[in-house]
Design a protein around this ligand. Structure first.
Ligand code: PLP
Length: 757
């Protein structure tokens, strides 16, 4: 057995024994083995190469997914078990790289897996944040942020590439050191790369939470990932990070173009640059600048860049569309300012509409506007989202460039989100339909042939119970919370944002608690699980976390209620936690205010794992409803067009809901004596007042309908046979949401990497 021999050699070289070393030592040994294995793979070849630029790649742990892709997972599991070791156990000691905020970064990671698995020549380019996104702790029922030093300098997935590029800022320059992380395709013998740029002398982690000297760019540039869109203080640092990323990327792309034997003027024939949201948008002026420097005339440089760059829009929330003051760029990267001004002059000459200008009257640079004018493709991330972009949000652009717009509904890699995280379900499926679904998820539809096979349906329920048991052990050991495995597991895990409406779910918990206290008992216990990080400066989001933690304390310690309702807010929600939670879920909470969630990908992970969606007609929920069928999803709330019209006419008044006694009763509970005994009065009162006077994301608008439909969902759960049919329909129809399908569409409509092969 070659694999076993190889592992033995590695362990012996470290003076360790497989049977007796610690889990961490064994994990390091396996990591080294996988890295060596990956070195023997070939890079993808092709005349045209994709560079996927993203400020975030939320890759998750890599040991087991890499082994799955290399096709050595099962064998390795056997070898370890023959030596008295458990792979699942060892994996717990692998740190999770903290290189993304949430959905956007996770999407980029799923895309890299699919690009390699489809044998497409495409590398990712990002930043090696040392302390990543903050780590979340709860203290006194509040979120506390600490650095997440995920990077083990001795043992990690990064390889040094031997390459570096000098990045010039306004008053100094820095070397961008390039590290590579290998991305193996699924059992196809090929390997792509994720290039992560770093500075030479990164600072040590701060000792006071996550505050550090944001002006010390030389040492802090790659310290932290910008925690979402609500923290103002680090804006200039963020611009430094972005320019660092794109300048190094542009230099790498041109160097590789040259190495492949092509000239700069052939850029667009041989390169596609994908701009994942507006964070890497400065690649446009930077690449134009470098092409001019290499001798191209301005108009040709602009044309080559325009034909190379494609942009994905991820949100319609106005506050998330980046607009940088020109002064920032003058300070950070003065050399690209004249180019942006020239691009602005050219568009201004063609179009009067102030909506489509790159630089506005106040001198702010609209990054998305630059991407749309000077890229060849603009895509939204779900059918509804793309339609909203075309019809309202970016309508002025759609009128100019109808052909640039296209939809690419997001996806997830089933290798991680089903095969790896839910082995009991994967094995059950494979026994039934074979393993073709591993790289062709739409084969899951074959399960529909047995939708009346009661034996299979009861096995589906058994598998879910098994996963719930596993989760309940984890909740007991990590949080000392005991949950009844026979309970319904209702889960909402995602970033904390008002538009995602965790606050509405909290209001449901209050309503249910009061019901139980008044003697209206549910058919069986309910466990409500939350996981969410709030951006450090986002006050109302933090208040919502506080509300949830206070409710958790109050409800779980009220014995008469706690046997029927438990609330658990898990700490530091990340990919690792998601992989534990999703397989055990019965009800997937996807309750954003319609029109606000561009796509969502959590919803897809839950669907594939046999959870039933309780959601609004928003983002990809719309497509989930179409695929699974109306009878296999629980939809509530106002439609996106109703919501858009409410905003347009300024027609939503949360005070209108004061007349409703039931709603008022729920809201009042937030500042009731029992809550104030547990929580911080100023935080709870702020949230209470927001509900009554503002409620910008309209939780009260949909609250009653939410309660009604959630109750129906809980009741339907009692018909176990009916519910198992719903589970099966969801799993069987989830294949559309494979990121392999998404990437095939990017390739077919946008990148065309294989068009001339
Ligand atoms: C999938 C995922 C997300 C995205 O979740 P949404 O519900 O789509 O917002 C965020 N964070 C992590 C860790 C994920 O795995």
């Amino acid at each position: 057995m070659q694999l076993e021999q190889k592992l033995n050699e590695i362990m012996i070289s470290k003076n360790l024994d497989i049977r007796s070393c610690t889990e961490t030592q064994l994990m390091h040994g396996l990591l080294q083995l996988v890295k060596e294995y990956e070195d023997s793979l070939s890079p993808t070849e092709g005349h045209k190469k994709l560079y996927y630029l993203s400020a975030e790649f939320l890759i998750g742990k890599l040991l087991s997914t890499n082994m799955i892709n290399l096709g050595i997972y099962d064998e390795m599991e056997k070898i370890l078990s023959a030596n008295g070791r458990s792979l699942a156990q060892i994996e717990q000691f692998e740190p999770e790289p903290s290189l993304g905020n949430g959905g956007l970064g996770r999407l980029a990671a799923c895309f890299l897996d699919s690009i390699a698995s489809l044998n497409l020549p495409g590398d990712g380019i990002g930043i090696n944040y040392h302390y990543g996104l903050f780590r979340q702790r709860f203290d006194n029922f509040k979120q506390v942020e600490t650095p997440d030093p995920w990077l083990d300098y001795e043992n990690n997935w990064l390889k040094s590439s031997g390459r570096s590029f000098n990045v010039e800022f306004g008053s100094f320059s820095l070397d961008a050191i390039m590290y590579d992380l290998l991305i193996p395709g699924y059992k196809n013998g090929i390997c792509n790369k994720l290039h992560l740029f770093d500075i030479k002398e990164p600072a040590a982690p701060p000792d006071n939470g996550i505050s550090f000297d944001k002006t010390d760019i030389r040492h802090q540039l790659t310290s932290f990932l910008y925690p979402d869109d609500s923290d103002d203080t680090g804006k200039l640092l963020r611009v430094y990070q972005q320019y660092f990323l794109v300048s190094a990327a542009a230099q790498l792309i041109l160097a590789e173009l040259d190495e492949r034997g092509y000239k700069p003027e052939e850029l667009s024939r041989h390169v596609v640059i994908h701009i994942n949201d507006t964070h890497p948008s400065m690649i446009i002026p930077e690449m134009i600048r470098l092409l001019i420097k290499s001798g191209l005339p301005m108009h040709q440089a602009i044309q080559e860049v325009q034909l190379s760059c494609a942009y994905t829009n991820h949100t319609i929330l106005a506050e998330a569309l980046e607009k940088w003051p020109s002064e920032y760029l003058v300070q950070v990267a003065p050399q690209i300012v004249p180019i942006i001004e020239e691009l602005n002059r050219q568009t201004k000459q063609k179009y009067d509409d102030p909506e489509v200008q790159i630089i506005d009257k106040t001198g702010r640079i609209h990054m998305a506007n630059m991407d749309i004018h000077y890229g060849f493709s603009v895509n939204g991330v779900a059918a509804l989202h793309t339609k909203i972009l075309q019809d309202s949000e970016l309508n002025s652009f759609y009128k100019i460039y109808p052909n640039k717009f296209n939809n690419k509904t997001n996806g997830i890699t089933f290798r991680r989100w089903l095969m790896n995280c839910n082995k009991p379900l994967s094995n059950l499926i494979t026994q039934q339909i074979g393993d073709g679904w591993h790289n062709d998820a739409e084969q899951l539809e074959e399960l529909l042939d047995i939708s009346n096979d009661n034996d299979f349906l009861s096995k589906l329920i058994d598998v879910k119970s098994q996963n719930k048991l596993r989760l309940s052990h984890w909740l007991k050991s990590s949080y000392n919370i005991e949950v009844d495995n026979n309970a319904i597991f209702d889960i909402q895990i995602k970033r904390l944002h008002q538009y995602k409406r965790q606050q509405m779910n909290a209001l449901y918990a209050i309503w249910k608690y009061k019901q139980i206290k008044s003697g209206m008992l549910p058919a069986r216990p309910i466990v409500m699980i939350f996981g969410a990080k709030a951006a450090p400066a986002y006050t109302l989001a933090k208040d919502t976390i506080h509300l949830l933690l206070c409710l958790q304390n109050l409800i779980n310690n009220d014995e008469s209620a706690a046997q029927w309702l438990k609330l658990v807010m898990i700490e530091n929600y990340n990919v690792t936690a998601a992989e534990k939670l999703i397989p055990a879920c019965d009800i997937s909470e996807q309750i954003s205010l319609a029109s606000k969630e561009a796509s969502g990908t959590g919803n897809m992970k839950f669907m594939a794992n046999g959870a039933i969606t309780l959601g609004t007609m928003d983002g990809a929920n719309v497509e989930i409803a179409e695929l699974a069928g109306q009878e296999n999803i629980y939809i509530f709330g106002r439609s996106s067009s109703e919501v858009i019209s409410l905003y347009e006419h300024n027609n939503y008044r949360s005070c209108d809901y004061w007349q409703d006694d039931e709603i008022l009763d729920i809201i009042d509970f937030i500042i009731s004596p029992e809550m104030l005994r547990v929580g911080d009065p100023s935080s709870l009162t702020r949230l209470y007042k927001d509900f009554l006077t503002k409620d910008y994301f309209m939780a009260l608008l949909d609250l009653k309908d939410y309660i009604r439909v959630k109750e129906k969902c809980l009741n339907d759960y009692e018909d176990r046979n009916l519910w198992s049919h719903k589970m099966l329909a969801n799993i069987a129809r989830s294949g559309f949401f494979s990121s392999d399908r998404t990437i095939r569409e990017y390739e077919r409509d946008i990148w065309k990497l294989r068009a001339r092969d």
